[in-house]
Design a binder for this molecule. Structure first.
Ligand code: ADP
Length: 262
């Protein structure tokens, strides 16, 4: 029948072709929309610390420089804004490299336990400032050999532990827990802080999404930490899960493939 009706066949082919092109156009439109939104977000995020630093410096130039106390305070504030700008640009570069696939994971054997102990030593100071205690559990699991890109997984651990410290209550606790199954290790970072309300929980991995904007900025966040975590773990063929209860705390969990010690 098909042979006998070439016009119908041509019509069907055109229909399929048009539908395919329409789909492509929709995808391009979405990409364009994403690009525009990203650019708007980035411009906004960059402007905030630049305007702040500019404000402090201009006020100093306009006369506040004569008062030693005011001068010190304004200089410190300007420096803090510029540090924030520096962190933001670094995170943006990492994220854009990940999104364009320019970063390849350099898989190696990593003892996640040792790597985590190093990180805790480095974060001890900011934890003490907030009166937060850091712990790794269980004591007996000292050999946590996983297949991972050491530098990138270090960044994942730092971002999660830093968040668990900075969004915690004064005097709070952070526990990093390792769990073993046949093929992988599960890592969880648990805090007993204020938690994240359910309506925000699915969105915290989006770039620049913050539950409390002012709190996040005041604590030096770029809003990109969890987006970076998600990308790095995806690059390892893994995913990140989060569970949270308001006023009880938050737990982030991911798995990495086991590897032999030698
Ligand atoms: P930021 O740089 O703002 O910390 P992140 O991407 O790391 O950005 O986190 C996104 C948001 O998720 C934070 O602004 C904060 O509101 C929330 N958040 C992340 N981790 C925790 C946590 N452990 N407890 C409570 N809220 C958290």
């Amino acid at each position: 029948i098909r042979e006998s009706n070439p016009l119908k066949r041509l019509n069907d082919e055109i229909f399929v072709y048009v539908a395919k092109k329409q789909k492509e156009i929709e995808e391009l439109k979405k990409l364009e929309q994403f690009r525009r939104e990203f650019l708007a977000d980035v411009s906004h995020e960059l402007k905030t610390p630049i305007f702040a630093a500019q404000g402090f410096i201009h006020t100093l130039i306009d006369g506040a420089i004569d008062d030693e106390k005011v001068r010190d305070r304004f200089l410190k504030k300007a420096a803090k804004s510029l540090d924030g700008l520096d962190a933001l640009v670094k995170d943006l570069v990492t994220l854009s490299q990940m999104e364009t696939g320019a970063i390849k994971m350099n898989l190696d054997r990593v003892n996640l336990r040792v790597l985590t102990e190093d990180i805790l030593d480095r974060l001890e100071k900011i934890a003490q400032d907030r009166n937060v205690t850091l712990k790794i559990k269980p004591d007996k699991l000292t050999e946590v050999w996983v297949k991972a890109d050491a530098m990138r997984i270090e960044q994942v651990m730092i971002n999660l532990i830093e968040n668990a410290i900075k969004y915690n209550n004064d005097g709070g606790k952070v526990i990093i827990h390792f769990d073993e199954d046949k093929k992988s290790y599960a890592v969880s970072v648990r805090d007993n802080g204020p938690g994240i309300p359910p309506e925000h929980l699915t969105r915290i991995f989006e770039r620049f999404y913050r539950v409390e904007k002012s709190r996040s900025k005041e604590r030096g966040g770029t809003g990109l930490g969890l987006a970076i975590v998600k990308h790095i773990l995806n690059g390892h063929g893994s995913t990140i899960a989060v569970k949270s209860q308001v006023e009880k705390g938050t737990t982030f969990t991911f798995k990495l493939e086991k590897t032999d010690e030698f």
